[in-house]
Write a protein that binds this ligand. Structure first.
Ligand code: UD1
Length: 430
């Protein structure tokens, strides 16, 4: 088991280049099997979740050729198996995007039903409701979702909750259905738009992605495409809050500033200076930052995936802050770890009240999930002394070369796997 060991206490300073959006890439890779022609996808993040998705696609018969770390060629003409095992779903929930992709292309799919995960129970009723509305018969059999249709037909559908996953999954299934599908109350996240743009680049006819209503006119077939994935707004935001927490000066490059507006608004609220460029954002934090209130909401609201990162900063701000988590019920687990570093936090239901402290003290903590793990690393970087973060396998699922990128802006962080490595690090940093 690997850990991160961190010697914090100095400001992070410099430039960090942001990779492609993991959550867009997962859906785009699934959608890539919807044509028999070859699709080239660029700006792919080289993270574990993406590699698992590529394995799943390879496993059903698609050809997957990695041209380099960030580029892959996929040809779905060989897909002969419409079934995705529990092994994949256990590793990444997003392999359920193959349900929409396979159903859309082959009118048939079997994908293991995902369970809950560390951040919440995560039902998928809206995905199934959408597939059924398109005319598919959907059953749960022996832990699998079995979906099948003679023909998929366009439909008019209202989602009961705003969900990224169901919006994307049903959009893929509808891309080749007969006639017009109108989906209302859809998610507007940048990666929903990116998946729609990708499908359109393959010849789909999807309009309105990024608004509350998406209209999909089904096409007979999809064709080859070359596509570059949008930058990862969550990776960018993570480094922006790392700048804030360490009182640093960090510029994130290769970003779309528009996607970062909610994050920038909160950084400004707590007293950071933020400068926006065409494809970069600079965050400068001087002196003690101040408290604020934050509530997670679907895009363009403040993202739930950025909740732990701001939580760490607020725990160091002056005054009392509150966080309301309105998307996932179990997203405060990291606060117990943060309390072990000296944070003063009270959680009641989906709200956390945070009394800012002057500083944390280094401790051994565990990453409860991907974003919370990254946030605990930020806490370590903002802390005099040594912090060890366990269970970093979560962080590796979604952040490419995380420790290298942090070292590039002055972070003292190493990946270790034994007590001996830990002692060596301690001797080195003094
Ligand atoms: C995606 C992101 C995740 C992010 C989340 C919210 C991926 C791979 N993951 O997850 O990182 O935190 O969006 O921005 O892109 N819900 C239902 N029924 C459904 C589906 C969802 O009730 O059928 C609920 C969920 O429990 C949750 C809310 O809707 O409370 C939003 O979930 P959703 O947007 O679907 O999240 P994911 O797509 O799973």
């Amino acid at each position: 088991m690997e850990q991160y060991i961190i010697k914090g206490g100095s400001p992070l300073v410099g430039e960090v280049e942001i990779g492609g959006a993991k959550n867009a890439a997962l859906a785009i890779l699934a959608a890539a099997i919807m044509t028999d022609e070859t699709v080239t996808i660029d700006n792919l993040p080289d993270v574990n979740d993406i590699n698992v998705m590529l394995e799943a696609i390879d496993g059903i018969g698609a050809s997957v050729q990695r041209l380099d770390r960030h580029t892959v060629k996929i040809n779905g003409s060989g897909v002969a198996d419409f079934s995705i095992d529990y092994d994949f779903i256990k590793k990444i929930r997003a392999s359920y995007y193959l349900l929409g992709a396979l159903l859309g292309k082959y009118n048939k799919a079997e994908v293991a039903l995902p369970g809950g995960c560390n951040i919440g129970s995560r039902p998928i009723d809206q995905h199934l409701k959408g597939f059924r509305a398109l005319g598919a018969e959907v059953d749960i059999e022996h832990g699998k979702i079995v979906a099948e249709a003679e023909v998929l037909r366009g439909t008019h559908l209202y989602f009961d909750v705003v969900t990224v996953g169901a919006t994307i999954n049903v959009m893929m299934a509808a891309a080749m259905a007969d006639g017009l599908t109108i989906m209302e109350n859809v998610a507007k996240e940048p990666h929903v738009v990116d998946v729609a743009n990708f499908l359109n680049s393959m010849g789909a006819n999807i309009k309105g992605a990024g608004t509350d209503i998406i209209k999909i006119r089904g096409v007979k077939s999809l064709h080859k495409s070359e596509y570059s994935i949008i930058p990862d707004q969550i990776e960018a935001g993570t480094f922006m809050f790392a700048a804030a927490a360490t009182k640093g000066d960090v510029t994130v490059t290769n970003v779309i500033p528009k996607h970062l507006e909610a994050t920038v608004a909160k950084l400004t609220d707590i007293g950071c200076e933020v400068e926006e460029f065409d494809d970069a954002v600079r965050v400068v934090a001087k002196g003690r930052l101040r408290s604020t209130q934050v509530k997670t909401l679907p895009y363009p609201g403040y993202p739930t995936d950025m909740q732990p990162q701001i939580g760490v900063c607020l725990a160091l701000c002056s005054g009392t802050s509150t966080i309301t988590e309105s998307i996932f019920e179990n997203r405060f687990k990291y606060l117990d770890e943060l309390a072990r570093m000296g944070a003063n936090i009270k959680v009641e239901g989906n709200s956390a009240t945070i009394e800012g402290v002057e500083k944390f003290s280094g401790a051994r903590v565990s990453a409860p999930d991907l974003r919370a793990g990254a946030a605990l690393c930020i806490a370590g970087l903002a802390t005099d002394g040594i912090t060890i973060v366990d269970d970093i396998v979560y962080i590796q699922r979604g952040y490419e070369r995380f420790e290298e990128k942090l070292r590039g802006i002055g972070g003292i962080i190493e990946r270790v796997s034994s007590e001996k490595d830990i002692q060596k690090f301690k001797l080195k940093v003094g």
